[in-house]
Design a binder for this molecule. Structure first.
Ligand SMILES: [Zn+2]
Length: 353
């Protein structure tokens, strides 16, 4: 017996609200799945309920696509997934690309307005195509050493922002800017990172305030205006000294903020370093010493961004009592299924039960 719930959403073609939409018909795919056809009274046309999702216009059964994506998210490289599922590796890449569009949209929508006490910043070494590419033949934007820069909220383990790119000031600024956008306007966390200089400059730029000096009583012009970081920004660095492979000493120092008010113990990137280990294991192009490297930066970025959303919304975390980071942060009331993530951009929601 097929029952249908009221439609919610709008027409993807003309934007007509749900009142103008009605069930038209349904058809059954080879896989046995039922697809609903919806009629829009405003533009007098039809569309199906898979419109806008990662499965739209695919001949392959949804379960197969979903299984392939899940295998990719568990660290299998696209070539291996292709062998397991009996399809071409390019097909798997295309499915992952479709999944990433949905996942990024979900992440943008849900991971926002966060209040965090501590944000950790760090980067992971990786490369696309070749470590030392031929300068004439390859595009430096796509091939070469591209680091995975990560910003994580410590308490909830939420991955706030991931930037895949060269280890430059630009990447660091993009990371801090992206992470700051996910926080509420009145949230001033303590930022922690290693001693890599660009983070310091990035925090200065992103939270910049301009100070104007007024003319005093004495002779002469007032001082020139200055750009300084907002006095509410708190930032500390953990400097690790190594002798060969052995860790010799760990120094923590406050860079921005009142030194007496920031417990040095709070300046740490250890939980993000643990997360780095998880990411290396789960994202195939980041495996060390294997042949699973991504061919270009875009492929590496797609897989990493997809994993980010999956990690935030779907993946139950071991040390968070089986909850997802988004649940702990209070941004989502439930643990998302992979299907929910892959159909996030659906024009309408109508579940056939
Ligand atoms: Zn319409």
């Amino acid at each position: 017996m097929i029952q249908s719930k009221p439609l919610t959403g709008q027409c993807p073609h003309c934007g007509a609200p749900a009142e103008h939409l009605a069930y038209h018909s349904r058809y059954i795919l080879k896989s046995g799945q039922t697809v609903m056809v919806i009629r829009c009274k405003q533009h007098k046309g039809t569309f199906c309920d898979r419109y806008g999702t990662a499965f739209y216009d695919l001949k392959t059964p949804e379960e197969k696509v979903q299984r392939a994506i899940q295998q990719g998210l568990e660290g299998l490289c696209p070539e291996a997934v292709a062998r397991v599922e009996g399809v071409h590796p390019t097909t798997v890449q295309r499915w992952i690309g479709r999944a990433c569009i949905q996942a990024e949209a979900a992440d943008q929508k849900v991971i926002t307005g966060l209040r965090a006490e501590n944000v950790e910043l760090d980067e992971l070494y990786s490369f696309a195509g070749a470590k030392h590419p031929d300068e004439q033949e390859s595009d430096p934007e796509e091939v070469g050493q591209h680091w995975t820069h990560i910003a994580m909220a410590r308490e909830s383990r939420l991955m706030l922002e991931v930037v895949v790119g060269p280890r430059t000031q630009e990447s660091a600024t993009k990371l801090v800017e992206g992470a700051a956008k996910r926080l509420t306007a009145d949230c001033w966390p303590l930022w922690s990172s290693d001693g890599w200089e660009p983070y310091l400059f990035a925090l200065t730029v992103v939270f910049a305030v301009l100070i104007h000096f007024i003319k005093g009583k004495g002779p002469g012009r007032p001082k020139d205006s200055q750009i300084v970081p907002d006095p509410r920004v708190r930032y500390g660095q953990v400097i690790k000294q190594r002798m060969g492979r052995r860790l010799v000493s760990v120094t923590r120092r406050v860079i921005f903020g009142v030194e007496e008010l920031i417990p040095l113990k709070q300046i740490s990137t250890s939980l993000l370093e643990r997360l780095n280990g998880t990411i290396r294991q789960q994202v195939a192009p980041l495996h060390r010493k294997t042949r699973g490297v991504a061919k270009c930066r875009t492929a590496l970025d797609t897989q990493t961004q997809l994993f980010k959303s999956y990690y935030n919304l779907c993946r139950k975390h071991g040390t968070l009592k089986g909850k997802t980071p988004a649940q702990v942060a209070g941004l989502s009331g439930h643990c998302w299924t992979l299907r929910e993530l892959l159909t996030f951009n659906a024009a309408i929601t109508s579940k056939i039960t």
